[in-house]
Design a protein around this ligand. Sequence first.
Ligand code: COA
Length: 263
Amino acid sequence: MSDLVLVQRRDDVAEVVLNRPDKRNAFNWSMMQALDAAITQAGNMSGVRAVILRGEGRGFSAGIDVMAFDEIVDAFGADWRRNMFPVTAAFQNIVTKFERCPHPVICLMHTYALGLALELALACDFRIVSEGTIIGLPETRLGIVPDVGGTTRLTRLVGPGRAKEFIITGKNIPLDAAERWGLVNYIVPKGGLMDKANELVAEIRLAAPLAVTYAKHVINGVSEVERGLQMEAWAQAQLMGSEDFEQGAQSMITKQTPQWKGK
Ligand code: COA
């Protein structure tokens, strides 16, 4: 397996570790495939009571790797922007595997969890953040929309009024509000993520494993995610070929203010 995402087992806990710290755990396609293999492996482990997802290095993750489109060309063909559906579906399917994992998945976020990173966290069952972590879905500031479940799952969690404010503007979500709204379960002091996760796992152990799996699936099934994912894919198919997205992605890397053209 690729070392871009590691799977480590300790007793009845499987840890999935994002491991591309030099690029702030930004997700290129190789890393997405490694993530797919990792959650599949963790999900298939018997006797596991929880999966912990975390990021190695300075922060949890800076989201999609906006510079790694050569890999997308290799995987989906040179015309991928004109035929976005298979690309979006592939990313969505991998992230949805965290939601469908039979074990509860606890996401630990430190320093930053932006874009695809927060979308991934939203597909987990529990989210614990350390104080000062920057969380948000800044996609509209790049000229696109959160299309890997973020638009759908943030709306499901916090309601359309709050989701619109943060998705339309792309601004960061204040942690205290996120905790009040149930978007994050706990805010802990820096360095305290694993202790809190272990505490939560100890509580999960008190419940019967089969009942935990079924409870998770029932709660996920209460709201229909599938239609939202299709709508996200439709929106992104309109935006990915736009001049604004070219501009937005370049501006993110060069840390310039983009000049939007509306086309
Ligand atoms: N895509 C591609 N590369 C990225 C990246 C991303 N999303 N985020 C960071 N990187 C790269 C940088 O280009 C840099 O590469 P280099 O060392 O080859 O120059 C390296 O990771 C370190 O980034 P840097 O910005 O110097 O790190 P930092 O610790 O000062 O800041 C962040 C970290 C996450 C705050 C900052 O990188 C950032 O804002 N990234 C963009 C986040 C974002 O908007 N993501 C959502 C996209 S929808």
